[in-house]
Design a protein. Structure first.
Length: 184
């Protein structure tokens, strides 16, 4: 349900523990019904004090349940409110409207506000380039060779060390690197 590129729980904790500010685009699901003519989530207002959404027709969508596995909370309007609403044809084709709210919605919204062309260019050059280099040059193909999470961690660790050594060699040169290693 989340559709995010990275773990949103991790994103909410990063600034708190490390001081780093994540810059990553948030991939959101869209209302895929009604040929794109139905109200999207941006037309609904979240009210944190009452933990409800307010629809364009000024009716409340109440909290109905939380799915911890997929990390979202479901909010739904009453069938009576939707049935009597003049905006229903622009809102939903179902008997009532529902919205899903990610458990870490605030962190995802903050991260989305930081996404700017300048920040994304910096991210591409500092983060994505080394990862792509490791993925295709060190591994030689886009799949892990070892099985399981522990095997993948070992493989990524070795690839990262190899990349860092290669990068240090390119930046310092072999003579300075050798001298620095002998001093240690």
């Amino acid at each position: 349900m989340s559709g995010t590129l990275i773990q949103s729980q991790t994103v909410s904790a990063i600034p708190k523990y490390s001081g780093m500010i994540p810059h990553a685009p948030v991939m959101r699901t869209v209302n895929n019904r009604g040929d794109g003519k139905l109200f999207g989530r941006e037309n609904f207002r979240y009210e944190p004090d009452s933990d409800t959404y307010v629809c364009p027709g000024n009716k409340r969508l109440l909290r109905k349940g939380t799915n911890h596995k997929d990390r979202y909370t479901m909010y739904k309007a009453s069938v009576g409110d939707c049935g009597a609403c003049s905006l229903k044809p622009s809102c939903t084709q179902a008997p009532r409207r529902g919205l899903a709210r990610h458990l870490y919605e605030e962190a995802l919204n903050r991260m989305q506000k930081r996404v700017a062309p300048q920040a994304m260019r910096l991210r591409r050059s500092t983060v994505e380039h080394p990862f792509a280099t490791m993925k295709y040059r060190i591994f030689g193909h886009p799949r892990m060779l070892m099985r399981g999470l522990s095997g993948a961690k070992v493989e990524i660790g070795l690839a990262t060390r190899a990349y860092n050594m290669k990068r240090i060699t390119n930046v310092l040169g072999t003579v300075k690197l050798t001298e620095a290693l002998h001093r240690v």
